[in-house]
Ligand binder design. Structure first.
Ligand code: PLP
Length: 368
């Protein structure tokens, strides 16, 4: 058998949240609620879906490779030049492109202990040395991360707010980190949950301000969360045009499909939809935090559309028991957190289903 590259032998595949279809198949359940991948429980904006359906007529043709219309609209939205933007097949593709473009084997990458796991997985695939820095209060410690950067460091990854801990870093902290790291290190700030966090005190104004001021900063955003378009796989990065040029050179020729480009173009204009999604999330996150707290779970502060939850029983055990109740949550052993789970915020109805299922599971445990 032919072996793959050396760096790949140590790599484990990303474990996505379990799908509704797989739980239905495996457990023979009809009704399943998924609160495992931080999707928008309202689904996509109807306006975006109308644009998606309209694109049907053009599906016989290749899309434009660099998503020029979406790129121009995003440039206008963020007040940067179109050349400052790369559109990817999810922000996941942008993470991959960054690692492929900037990492030689043995280069150093700085990540946080419980930072979004894709960063270290992707860096490891390039044979890079991953340096994991401890968190402080479940939050990226940017001062410590900056001090871990050396002349060999090429990338420093931060998710702000972070998945799975739900915590965030302030403008002051990000600016101090940018001032402290060597200019040869590229700082990547992943703002996948930006819309949910934008109003929290001190949240950074990264676009356009910080990106304009620092040519070693990339900011990533996605259409998968507040825009409700996870299934279409569109995310993007914003940075200095020269840096974006390298990513553009190595992306797949037609990396974002045509209906996805059109739907995102329309979604970007539907600010009212995003506002509603954030309002519903804010209200329901408070309901979920209170209910779970009353049941004896430890619920962390969250600037996102999920909560990070410490459980009175092993997270895997709870996850399995909840599956049998038709509710999918996310265990976190891959992060080295066997006693935590992550729960996405659903609609009021979905959350009530969650609470009822948790009560049944906890009741069974007490009765056992
Ligand atoms: C912090 C963070 N970054 C990136 C992603 C990937 O998003 P996308 O769907 O744009 O690939 C996620 C998805 O869960 C995430 O939580």
């Amino acid at each position: 058998m032919i072996a793959p590259r050396r760096a790949l032998r140590e790599v484990f595949p990303y474990q996505p949240g379990k799908s509704i279809a797989s739980v239905q198949r495996e457990l023979g359940l009809k009704s399943v609620v998924k609160l495992a991948s931080n999707e928008n429980p309202l689904g996509p904006s109807p306006q975006a879906m109308a644009a998606y359906r309209k694109a049907e007529k053009s599906c016989g043709l290749y899309p434009e490779g660099a998503s020029p219309e979406l790129r121009a609209a995003l440039a206008h939205f963020h007040q940067v030049e179109p050349e400052s933007i790369i559109v990817g097949n999810g922000s996941d593709e942008v993470i991959r492109l960054l690692c492929e473009a900037f990492l030689d084997p043995e280069d150093e990458v700085v990540v946080s202990q419980y930072g979004f796991i894709r960063f270290k997985q992707q860096a490891a695939m390039m044979g890079a040395r991953v340096i994991e820095v401890p968190m402080t209060d479940w939050t990226h410690d940017l001062a410590l991360m900056a001090s871990a950067a050396s002349p060999r460091t090429r990338l420093i990854f931060i998710a702000n707010p972070n998945n799975p801990t739900g915590t965030y870093n302030t403008q002051e902290e990000v600016a101090a980190m940018l001032a402290a790291v060597p200019k040869t290190a590229l700082v990547v700030v992943d703002e996948a949950y930006f819309q949910y966090a934008a109003a929290v005190p001190g949240y950074p104004k990264s676009l356009p301000e910080l990106v304009r001021a620092h040519d070693n900063l990339v900011v990533m955003r996605t259409f998968s969360k507040a825009y409700g378009l996870a299934g279409l796989r569109v995310g993007y990065g914003v940075a200095d045009p020269e840096l974006i040029g390298w990513l553009d050179r190595i992306r797949m020729p037609f990396n974002v499909n045509l209906p996805a480009q059109r739907a995102c173009l329309s979604a970007l204009k539907d600010a009212a939809f995003v506002k509603r999604a954030v309002t519903v999330n804010d209200a329901q996150r408070a309901v979920v935090a209170r209910a779970l707290g009353e049941m004896g779970f430890g619920v962390g502060e969250s600037a996102t559309n999920f909560v990070f939850v410490r459980c009175p029983l092993p997270g895997r055990e709870l996850f399995k028991a909840m599956l049998r109740q038709g509710v999918i949550v996310r265990p976190l052993e891959e992060y080295g957190l066997p006693n935590h789970i992550r729960v996405s915020i659903g609609t009021a109805v979905q959350n009530k289903t969650l609470f009822a299922a948790l009560k049944r599971v906890l009741g069974n445990k007490v009765g056992a």
